[in-house]
Write a protein that binds this ligand. Structure first.
Ligand code: HEC
Ligand code: HEC
Length: 622
């Protein structure tokens, strides 16, 4: 028995929990667990009968699931709830909720079921969990925006991806630190997954490329799969990392937003799902360190917004989680034929919200199917980029709290999300749009959208607005306890509200912004318009909310300020943006601590400026 086990291990059998996913198959291949991100639940499926056994409520935004050993226990990460939930899949019950660091995303478990490793999106950590003791043993700094996570076969190393930089970091578990990093090109973006080859030292990362200088459709956003050679620590990164452009790979067949890859246990086939074009690529893995993979067929259509793909332990079936059908489809690996589809849960929230999410995710909203709204606004967050738009440099803001902070865009040239019909018809997305007939044409940078009423003209466009307006804030992790500012942040708050610094005159009210839809809009010149020679319509901008500002990757409309301190210093030399020159270094640091602590309490769910097109949830953290 022991020799058999050793043989199985030495031929590198893939085991449950090798890499992060919304889906996991039990090691005996009999059951499947799926995280229903928008329903705050997980579903357990019996694969023999193709029946749902349980749907178990777990908490806010489950993003990762893993079986523990052979089951029946499984673990779930709650990205919105800062917990790892222990569940009994047989009883269909929650056993325990373990409080962990902020934003747990992916999870992998060792073969013996003793330890779990969790990636934390912000601030970029990995936690090691003792499963029996139900406690966090240590946290390891793992880069930034850690999302993808995988553990190697001998369980000595954990590999983690940076969501925005598409770096791969190797963490040596004995040393308890990052020991190697495979860096990508600066255009590479949005990598929330990594999977390891079961036998060869290779890591596969699915992600996009955001070319911020190409805002005219075709050249802007590409799908890629990057393969890192894990055995070549001495060589420069361009020799140990190779990216395959999944557009040219498929000839004229266009794919968008590669979200996850999976390999068969023998390592011979690789699957890539595209969340933007709703399809899957099946390829043969080529063992040559050069070509790497060759497609078996053109991609083929699956269901809506596929976000996970997993292969059964015997290599015979693969499963695709079509998250906006709320269903898993079962396919035969040999024939690539679909065997069945299993519905996991009911659609969440409202039909309009779901329709809006479908439109936001789908690349069919763009002419050539290259781009979706979510390519730049993944799940309402930012792509971490500043785009070189016609009017000048424009950083992608997170869409949290949008319903309350209209008008839209840094220059307040739009007053309703339905105005993004103009984005759909622009050179960027190059499509016909959702509203029938022509629109008043844009002339230069004139804000025509402000004259043209776009709501109530298309159910789809209204649905897109409802979804886009429904992202909520979550409390800042920079608090000493929920709702409580640290002493430094308290001092910073006094400086912020002080008449001399004057921050609160513009960053006012519960959203720390004086944005309002009543005309004339409140726009301000805070001296930032001259930083970009390409600026065409500045120097007055709409006051951004400061809630959640700790999570930004860069600051100001042009994204040139790399830190909050830069906003107060380098970019405020003439005291046009509040008065900061009189503050001591310590006072500025306190002010930054206050900014980082926002929101320290949840803002109200309704203010006079709130727009009607949104899904009204309780102000649950997002
Ligand atoms: C190529 C990347 C890209 C794509 C694709 C994209 N956006 Fe944006 N989005 C941006 C940038 C950059 C900004 C900031 C522009 C500005 O303020 O002028 C922005 C701003 C916004 C804002 C305003 C946020 C605020 O706080 O003012 C909304 C709403 C928005 N986008 C929705 C959408 C929708 C809906 C789609 C799909 C139809 C979409 N975006 C597609 C890059 C993109
Ligand atoms: C006169 C109105 C006004 C005052 C006063 C003001 N702000 Fe601002 N703030 C703005 C505007 C407008 C922007 C956007 C400017 C830009 O992006 O170029 C902004 C941007 C910011 C940002 C960047 C947010 C982001 O997401 O990039 C921070 C941080 C900020 N302000 C903090 C402060 C602090 C701290 C003070 C007081 C020292 C202050 N502001 C005073 C109007 C103001």
């Amino acid at each position: 028995m022991r020799t058999l086990l050793l043989m199985l291990l030495s031929c590198g059998l893939i085991h449950a929990g090798t890499s992060n996913s919304l889906l996991d198959v039990s090691p005996d291949g009999k059951q499947l667990i799926a995280a229903n991100r928008d329903n705050d639940s997980v579903t357990i499926v019996d694969l023999a009968t193709r029946k749902v056994l349980h749907e178990i409520p777990v908490g806010h935004h489950p993003e990762g699931v893993s079986w523990v050993g052979g089951g029946p226990m499984a673990l779930v990460t709650l990205h919105g709830g800062d917990q790892v939930v222990f569940i009994d899949t047989t009883a269909g019950k929650t056993l325990h909720k373990l409080k962990v660091e902020n934003e747990p995303y992916g999870i992998v478990v060792t073969k013996d079921g003793k330890k779990a490793y969790v990636s934390h999106d912000y601030p970029g950590l990995v936690s090691e969990i003792d499963i029996d003791a139900r406690k966090v043993l240590r946290t390891i700094k793992s880069g930034e925006w850690s999302r993808g996570i995988a553990i190697d076969n001998d369980e000595k190393m954990v590999y983690v991806t940076d969501f925005y930089a598409v770096k791969l970091h190797a963490i040596d578990l004995a040393a308890g630190k990052v020991v190697d990093t495979w860096s990508g090109h600066e255009t590479q973006n949005i990598c929330r997954h990594v999977v390891l080859h079961p036998k060869r030292p290779k890591a596969y990362l699915s992600h996009i490329v955001s070319r911020v200088t190409h805002t005219e459709g075709r050249g802007a956003i590409f799908p890629e799969v990057t393969i890192c050679d894990l055995w070549q620590p001495k060589k420069p990164d361009d020799k140990r990392r190779k990216s395959i452009a999944m557009d040219t790979y498929n000839g004229v067949y266009v794919t968008a937003n590669p979200w996850e890859t999976a390999l068969t246990p023998d390592g011979k086939k690789i699957f890539t799902v595209y969340a933007g074009t709703d399809d899957v690529n099946v390829s043969t893995v080529i063992d040559d360190d050069y070509v790497e993979m060759e497609r078996i067929s053109l991609p083929f259509k699956v269901g809506k917004n596929p976000r996970a793909v997993r292969v059964s332990p015997n290599g015979k079936e693969f499963y695709i989680f079509n998250t906006l059908d709320f269903a898993v489809s079962v396919y035969d690996v040999a024939s690539l034929r679909k065997e069945t589809t299993i519905t996991l849960c009911q659609p969440p929230k409202s039909p309009e919200w779901v329709r809006g999410k479908v439109l936001f995710q789908t690349a069919t909203l763009s002419g050539a199917k290259w781009i979706s709204c979510s390519s730049c606004h993944p799940d309402g967050l930012t792509d971490g980029r500043t785009w070189h738009n016609g009017e000048g440099l424009r950083r992608v803001p997170p869409l949290l709290g949008l319903a309350h902070t209209h008008p839209l865009h840094w220059s307040a040239d739009r007053d309703e999300v339905q105005d993004f019909e103009y984005t759909i018809r622009s050179k960027l997305m190059n499509a016909r749009g959702l509203v029938p007939g022509p629109l008043k044409p844009k002339v230069g940078f004139k804000p025509i959208e402000l004259d043209e009423k776009m709501s109530d003209r298309s159910k789809d466009l209204d649905a897109l607005a409802i979804y886009t307006n429904s992202f909520n804030f979550r409390l800042s992790p920079h608090l000493s306890e929920s709702g409580k500012l640290s002493p430094a942040a308290e001092r910073g708050k006094a400086i912020f509200t002080n008449k001399e610094t004057n921050c609160a005159s513009c960053h006012s009210g519960p959203f720390y912004s004086d944005s309002k839809l009543a005309k004339p809009f409140n726009l301000h010149d805070v001296g930032t318009g001259l930083d970009d020679p390409g600026e065409k319509i500045g120097p007055r901008y709409d006051t951004p909310t400061l809630l959640g500002v700790y999570r930004n990757t860069q600051y100001l409309h042009h994204g040139k300020a790399k830190t909050l301190m830069d906003v107060l210093t380098t970019f405020n030399l003439k005291d046009q943006h509040g008065k900061t020159s009189h503050l001591t270094k310590e006072q500025k640091e306190d002010l930054v601590e206050f900014l980082k602590a926002l929101p320290y309490e949840m803002p109200p769910d309704e203010v006079p400026n709130t727009v009607p097109y949104r899904y009204k949830d309780k102000m649950k953290p997002d």
